[in-house]
Design a protein. Structure first.
Length: 684
């Protein structure tokens, strides 16, 4: 097939670049996936590059599968030698191949987030620490954050007793992981990076092999991911990075748009190719998005355009209450659906999950089918995690996390006191090593696992899964459970997944790794005909005929937390940009003057983002005129006024927003936004 057929001039320029590094700024709906796959096909077909010389990085396994399928359809050759996958998936592949050099057992297992949290809880308990002072989830976040910065426990800066204890927990956690032969997601990347950094022979091997490195969603890379890519890129390598700094919305995960600037400098990027022609949205939607994002100062800059029609104006509704906002949205959805728009082509976006309750209630009362996007993934469902834990024990009985998950599920009379006693006796040994002989019930559990291991020995993978589901008692348990039918169907599907799973090594080890990697991803949006409800973060990468962006109020969107964070408002504006560019034909914006959140009624002013969209692009609907003056009342504080706060002390007013909020620079506490209703400020 003609690889360049149907591409626009900028896309052709990107696909046919000579052998040097490049940065492709791909705007929303500009065909970046097609450019990436076409580039790979062009390298192989037109430039004679071997698939073995190509490494392509995506951010989801789904994207990797789609890319592989597209390339296979474009080329009449076998591309199995090509490395295509996520950062975690590729690092897992590298560590499997070089486990000795990486200091890992050959059959190391990957912990998902829940298993990691369980281990952190065990560490806190073993160190006799107060889990209220040292919350497990915060410590999990701390450990992952340190690893993503490339730090080991001995590298962590210690400022006080609290950080010293965090460091000790991190150290104990690492020791436990090494003893059990397990790794978490952050460890996959860090250990792979350390392997390449210290092993010159291995590094030179991969640098010689991978002469073409292609990275999707480059704006979402964190510091360690970029450093890993730099180690893989030899002198003759060409990096082809595709991304959009205007859609960088994962700073809370460590994503760093500064990587784009560093890429320009480190790899001597000669020119940035901009893909600005949009194939998704009507012109008015794009003009609104362009006008909004231009308010961000730190961006590389581009301007989306379309050869399609101008389309309808954006509709804006300002409701007196959140209930009336929800009623308006429901009526518009009904009208769209009556006009022939499928419900699953309508998305209802919000900034915070807490906003969904009133929207769901309105949809339910209207008998409109809806789906909250981002529910539990297949490999995160309770029954699947139980089955996988048994499989992990079949593979490695020293896996304490797996053992603790199923030691008393289904219930077999092994109580918390028995488990605590077992953990106390185990010390530095595995729980399995100390389990036999402690009690009759524990002996029965050990015998059960041993029987499963024998029954699974040498069996095909699907037979192993089926054996474990039966012998463990899971099948019998869910047969007698009130809502067990769906869970049994999921267990049957796990057997099906095993039957179609392809592996190149130990099938059980690779299947368990595959399950852990899949569990680390967001769920896709396929489903029955139902309105799609989701946060704006979840909407990235999706598109719909009609999009509703609700709750456009100061403090909600942009979120109040963003005001006290460096670059916080710009990140929120990028999030709004993502929301706008999800719409193909219809875009609805709405806000409420009063909203019930967290049990309190909040009175709000419209989001600043609404003011950043040109008036000529917007059609106001149902504006309640008598409520308008409420937004124009003056603050009781003037800029420059001296004030006192009971907690933060003395400060100076920097900015005012109506009757609701002021920004104050406190001498001791720095700059903060305060809600006047609760702040108890005193003028001095």
């Amino acid at each position: 097939m003609d690889i360049l057929a149907g591409l626009n001039p900028e896309q052709i320029e990107a696909v046919t670049l000579p052998h040097h590094s490049a940065l492709v700024l791909a705007g929303a709906g500009s065909g970046k996936t097609r450019v990436l796959t076409s580039r790979i096909a062009y390298l192989i077909q037109k430039q004679g590059v071997s698939p073995h010389e190509i490494l392509a990085v995506t951010f989801t396994n789904k994207a990797a599968r789609e890319m592989t399928a597209r390339i296979s359809a474009m080329l009449p050759i076998n591309i199995r030698g090509m490395w295509i996958g996520t950062f975690h998936g590729l690092c897992n592949r590298m560590l499997r191949a070089h486990h000795r050099e990486a200091g890992l057992p050959e059959t190391f297992q990957i912990m998902d987030s829940a298993d990691q949290l369980a281990m952190v809880k065990r560490i806190i308990k073993s160190l006799n620490l107060d889990d209220e002072k040292y919350p497990p989830k915060q410590l999990q976040h701390f450990i992952n954050g340190q690893k993503e910065e490339g730090l080991r426990p001995h590298d962590v800066s210690v400022y006080d007793t609290f950080t010293r204890t965090q460091q000790e927990i991190f150290s104990a956690y690492e020791t436990q992981c090494n003893r059990e032969g397990v790794v978490d997601f952050a460890e996959l990347l860090l250990r792979s990076f350390e392997l390449l950094k210290r092993n010159e022979i291995l590094r030179e091997h991969y640098q010689a092999r991978f002469r073409h490195l292609l990275i999707d969603e480059f704006q979402d890379t964190n510091r360690l991911q970029y450093q890993w890519l730099k180690l893989l890129a030899g002198k003759d390598a060409a990096i082809f990075a595709v991304g959009d700094d205007d859609q960088s919305i994962y700073a809370f995960r460590g994503a760093d748009t500064g990587n784009m600037r560093e890429l320009e400098r480190d790899f001597h990027i000669r020119n940035i190719i901009k893909l600005e022609q949009n194939y998704r949205s009507h012109g008015n939607i794009l003009d609104a998005a362009n006008a909004l994002i231009r308010h961000n100062a730190s961006r590389l800059g581009k301007n989306l355009w379309t050869s399609d029609a101008r389309g309808e104006k954006l509709r804006f509704y300002q409701a007196p209450t959140d209930l009336q906002e929800a009623e308006y949205i429901v009526e518009e959805i009904r009208a769209l659906h009556s006009g022939g728009v499928p419900l699953n082509d309508i998305a209802l976006l919000y900034r915070s999950n807490a906003q969904s309750r009133v929207l769901e209630h309105a949809l339910f009362n209207a008998s409109l089918s809806y789906r909250v996007y981002g529910g539990l993934r297949f490999f995160e469902r309770q029954e699947i995690k139980h089955a996988l834990a048994y499989l992990r024990l079949v593979h490695n009985p020293d896996d304490d996390g797996a053992l603790l998950r199923v030691i008393n599920f289904p219930a077999r009379g092994i109580g918390a006191r028995t488990i605590e006693s077992l953990q106390s006796d185990a010390g530095s040994s595995s729980l399995w090593a100390k389990a036999r002989g402690k009690s009759r019930k524990l002996d029965e559990f050990v015998n059960l696992v041993e029987s499963m291991r024998q029954a699974c020995s040498g069996a095909p993978l699907p037979e192993m899964v089926e054996t474990v589901i039966g012998m463990s008692g899971l099948k019998s348990h869910y047969l007698h459970e009130k809502d067990g039918e769906d869970r049994l169907e999921n267990l049957d599907e796990l057997v099906n997944a095993a039957a179609i799973f392809e592996s190149e090594g130990d099938p059980l080890v690779e299947f368990l790794s595959h399950a852990a990697l899949e569990a680390g991803e967001r769920q896709s949006g396929e489903g029955t005909d139902a309105v799609q409800l989701m946060t704006v973060h979840s909407a990235k990468g999706l598109e719909f005929h009609a999009v509703f962006v609700s709750g456009l109020e100061e403090g909600l969107f942009p979120h109040s937390n963003s005001r006290n964070e460096a670059g916080g408002i710009e990140e929120e504006r990028r999030l709004m940009y993502v929301a706008l560019t999800r719409a193909r034909r219809r875009l609805y914006l709405s806000c409420a003057q009063s909203r019930m959140l967290h049990g309190q009624t909040n009175y709000n002013i419209p989001s600043r983002f609404l003011k950043e969209i040109p008036e000529e692009l917007v059609q106001p609907i149902g504006y309640v005129e008598e409520h308008a003056p409420a937004f124009e009342k003056k603050s009781p504080y003037r800029i420059g006024a001296n004030v006192f706060h009971p907690k933060f002390g003395e400060g100076v007013v920097l900015a005012c927003e109506g009757m609701d909020q002021v920004q104050v620079n406190f001498r001791r506490a720095g700059t903060k936004w305060l809600a006047l209703e609760y702040a108890n400020l005193i003028a001095i």
